[in-house]
Design a protein around this ligand. Structure first.
Ligand SMILES: O=P(O)(O)OC[C@H]1O[C@H](O)[C@H](O)[C@@H](O)[C@@H]1O
Length: 281
């Protein structure tokens, strides 16, 4: 049997408070289909959310899981990171089931999106929590009569206790584009450690990643998305962000399931889906 979850408010915005029978919890805003909290069963908050973030229609939220669609960063004519993160999404379903809690939100083209991106589309975000796991899926269908192409990411901000001792494992051997230094490279070390600004797009991720932070380990897995973006603004750029407190950069690491280097191309009627799964292990 499943129980419907009704819309509440979080920081003044419409939200769904997902609670699974085992105690796992998550908060999903309709604004941007933005997940702002994930608390696995028997554990603490796993996502970073800036206390200085704006929570207002049309504005980006600093932290949680921003949905980047249909353009990653400034790789195209649209506003930075596309329009999806600033739009209200529609509720499709939200329910607490026997073993999990699930919510599905939808964004379709409208007059404003067609002005900047002339395509008929239907995008969906599905969020499922159960026990110590979280799954977020982004899907897109081309509902128009012409081909469309897009880039996208689930821009997950993971909370860190101590950045200097944190590491990310599983990237070894992968080619990357370093967006901060504007040069290509290949990851040599098995453990990626953080000591300042990091902004890399790793290409064709095939393996699971493991984030280690003190004695906490989070397994990060993706399907459908080819790339993984690892981002931390470092001290100088982090402290210059108006919506992040001084030193906030030390408490976060973005590990993003992304499709950046090869845009997704959809013929009329075609669909694509990509997923990021996180598990506290
Ligand atoms: O500040 P935002 O628009 O949310 O972007 C935050 C970050 O997103 C991605 O991770 C990019 O790789 C970074 O270059 C960018 O700074």
């Amino acid at each position: 049997m499943s129980t419907p979850i009704s819309i509440t408010r979080h920081q003044g915005l419409e939200a769904l408070e997902l609670v699974a029978p085992d105690g796992a919890r998550a908060t999903l805003l309709l604004h941007g289909a933005h997940l702002v909290s994930w608390i696995p069963a028997g554990a603490d908050e796993q996502l970073y959310l800036s206390p200085k973030s704006a929570f207002a229609t049309g504005q980006a939220i600093r932290g949680g899981v921003p949905v980047i669609f249909p353009q990653f960063a400034t790789r195209g004519p649209l506003q930075r990171h596309g329009f999806a993160r600033g739009k209200p999404w529609q509720l499709v379903t939200a329910e607490s089931g026997k073993d999990d809690a699930l919510a599905v939100l939808r964004l379709s083209d409208d007059g404003a999106t067609r002005m900047v991106w002339p395509h008929a589309f239907e995008a969906e975000i599905s969020v499922r929590i159960a026990g110590r796991a979280l799954e977020i899926e982004l899907a897109c269908e081309n509902r128009g009569e012409a081909p469309l192409s897009f880039t996208a990411a689930l821009h997950t901000y993971l909370r860190l206790t101590r950045i200097m001792s944190a590491s990310l494992q599983g990237l070894s051997g992968l080619a990357y584009w370093d967006s901060a230094r504007e040069r290509a490279g290949t990851q040599q070390e098995d453990l990626l450690r953080l000591d300042g600004e990091m902004d890399r797009i790793y290409q064709d991720l095939k393996h699971d990643l493991t984030l280690r932070d003190d004695d906490r380990r989070v397994r990060i897995r993706q399907q459908g998305f080819a790339d993984a973006v690892v981002w931390n603004p470092g001290e100088e750029k982090g402290d210059a962000l108006a919506d992040m407190p001084t030193g906030g950069w030390k408490q976060m690491l973005c590990v993003e399931a992304a499709q950046v280097l090869r845009p997704i191309e959809l013929a009329p009627g075609e669909s694509w889906a990509g997923m990021q799964s996180l598990e506290l292990i």
